[in-house]
Design a protein around this ligand. Sequence first.
Ligand SMILES: Cc1ncc(COP(=O)(O)O)c(C=O)c1O
Length: 351
Amino acid sequence: MYINPHFAATERVFPEQGRYAYSRYDMNENPEGLPEDFVESVKNKITPEFLATYPEPGRFAEKYARFVGVEPANIMTTNGSDMAIRYLLETFGEPGSDVVTVAPSFEMYRINCSLLGLNHVPVSYNDDLSFDTQKIVEAIHSGVSVVSVLNPNNPIGNVFSADEVETIIRKANSVGALVILDEAYHYFHDVTFLPFIKKYDNVVVLRTFSKCFSIAGCRLGVIIGPESIMRMAVRGRLTFDVNSIALLFGEALLDAPHILERLIAMEKEGKAYLISELEEKGYSYMGGAGNYIFIQPKTSPKELEQRLKDEHKMLVKTFGHPLLSKYVRVSTGSVTSMDFFLKAFFAADIF
Ligand SMILES: Cc1ncc(COP(=O)(O)O)c(C=O)c1O
């Protein structure tokens, strides 16, 4: 039996199951989710006819285009931005070519490169977790087909300036490479590089409804880019990629901008509270441009992670990467959810 050798060579580790039983501060979701009454009002629109009918992403795409100030032809909906990354690498990643990303970064860039026979070129952070943009620029040459920049980056919550990003875009443009600007954490960090899609024809922006919009379970992502790029990106798309329930919730959220404003304000307030409590107790932390923060615990991060899980039914994330091994990463949310986290964290961080 034939097995695609790239698939055979790619090891996968899927997220842990059974997370509903825990308080979830490990995957940059909203720990509490959307307001109950809003979810109820949307659920009421789910009828047997609605469920029996194939999804139509057109109306959502039109609304979303208006929401971000582009044309519908600049939009493509995807089954989470996870799928957007796959589509873009399939369409614009020339087999055998290099794909440049910062490292550490969101794992799915590396994994999709491995699955698709692309050569992932990780450009590392410095030991003090600062990043030298010039190193990305230098990694871009004629054998590079795609460059990805995450702003803010995940896991390290640093941000790039518009000048730094434009320098990367120009260099990529000179060698005919696509630049993916992954803005999964937009709205927590309000700077966007969306204007670059009107200035350069080798740039796309990725957005997701999993983070600030708080519907990770629905799977809704969006690629925003110049028409010339979108015309090609759409060719590999599964016919019914995004499901109707995701589109329904996505539309309802766009129709209720006060919900988004409230989500942004609550997370900001919660993060400020978390930081002030940590500072008061003398903890070091870093990042914070997205809905997550790295805290340096007094005890071993792995032990603390296990203790929080076993004794407090709470999930946080630790990393094997040497640059991150002394931290735990914690998703941020409202003051209430941060208070709940801190009580467990302070109780568990004993040494
Ligand atoms: C930077 C970044 N991009 C993309 C994603 C994928 O998000 P989703 O597939 O839920 O839209 C994530 C998820 O954590 C992320 O951190």
